[in-house]
Design a protein around this ligand. Structure first.
Ligand code: GLU
Length: 344
């Protein structure tokens, strides 16, 4: 895939990881190019299993990048707010990892992929771990049940304050989305009850599901998501506010789980194409994290069959390639003059 950039522009900077984002001018150019290329794609369907999500315009399309030095860039519908949905999961997992330690969370939740849809009951039945990982609904509800707080409200306040620190501004709940999902989340309540029966839930099942539903209903913009991703890329320090949100060790663990299971059952395809940890959500957001460099975020509501934003995946691939972010891309080392390679 190539941008409509001149050869000179394409050659201007390397398209493999070089330890930093390209220049601001280049990032802006590539964001604009990605937006222009994919805004006319009309594949996919807006999620409607949560009635309030069905109201989103399929035309909305926003892209943002935030670097670990605090630079932010955005194009398209970057002011549009949408409920964060599953993109909340890695951040709540990060808060729990920080509070309990990553080994305890590994024991209580698990860190392996299910290969099955995000809300699968079968995955709970087939695997002894039951919860499997913090990015599918079972593991996510169990993760939320581990959030510090003696009451449901204390847990909710902890989640909201934590995600606000990741975003660098006070976030709030979308009450319409929350009411709509809360009235239709019998499946998630069933998942929580099933986990309780296996001793894999750590709070009251209905309360844990309710806090989880609220966390999914937090409103964000695509720029918020980019800054949240950049915080995971920056060893846990929000690069815009300078505030430490979680430890560097926690970030490392969160990114490992994202690499394994961030894009539902398409996580292998995602890694094959994009080569970076990422997370998508059913409202149409995707975050991609380039460790040590920054976060990329996309927002476009129409989803593919697995529940991943169609335009978001295309733009994420384009940006991962052209910004030189793919973790697996390399080029032969350039040796200083006079130095010969060691014999094989
Ligand atoms: N709140 C949604 C659910 O539990 C989140 C799903 C998602 O974004 O994958 O069904």
């Amino acid at each position: 895939m190539h941008a409509d950039l001149s050869d000179d522009e394409k050659d201007h900077e390397p398209v493999i990881s070089t330890g930093d984002l390209p220049s601001g001018e280049r990032v802006r150019l590539l964001l604009t190019e990605a937006h222009e290329r994919y805004r006319t794609v009309t594949d996919g369907h807006v999620a409607d299993y949560i009635p309030a999500l069905a109201a989103a315009s399929p035309d909305l399309f926003g892209l943002a990048v935030a670097g670990v030095r605090g630079r932010t860039f955005a194009v398209g519908d970057s002011d549009a707010t949408f409920s964060i949905q599953s993109v909340s999961k890695p951040f709540v997992f990060a808060l729990v990892c920080d509070a309990l330690g990553h080994d305890e969370v590994r024991k209580r939740i698990g860190v392996n992929a299910t290969g099955l849809p995000f809300n699968s009951i079968m995955a709970i039945e087939l695997n002894d771990d039951r919860t499997m990982n913090p990015l599918v609904n079972a593991g996510a509800i169990a993760t939320t049940s581990l959030i510090p707080g003696a009451t449901a409200d204390e847990k909710w306040q902890h989640v909201l304050a934590g995600l606000s620190r990741f975003a660098g501004r006070q976030l709030s709940i979308d009450e319409d989305v929350y009411a709509s999902e809360a009235a239709n989340n019998m499946r998630n309540q069933g998942v929580a009850r099933l986990l309780e029966s296996y001793g894999r839930l750590y709070f009251d099942p209905l309360d844990a599901t309710d806090v989880y539903t609220k966390q999914c209903s937090i409103d964000v913009t695509v720029t918020d998501l980019a800054v949240m991703g950049a915080t995971l890329a920056d060893g846990g320090v929000n690069p815009v506010t300078g505030v430490r949100v979680v430890s560097a060790d926690t970030c490392k663990r969160v990114l490992a789980v994202l690499a394994t299971a961030g894009l539902y059952e398409q996580s292998g395809e995602w890694m094959y194409d994009i080569g970076l940890p990422g997370k998508s959500g059913v409202s149409g957001g995707i975050i991609t994290i380039a460790p040590g460099k920054g976060g990329v975020a996309t927002y476009s509501p129409p989803l593919d069959e697995a529940g991943n934003s169609v335009r978001g995946q295309l733009a994420s691939k384009f940006l991962s390639d052209l910004l030189g972010l793919n973790l697996f891309a390399s080029a032969p080392a350039i040796l200083p003059a006079g130095v010969t390679p060691l014999p094989a």
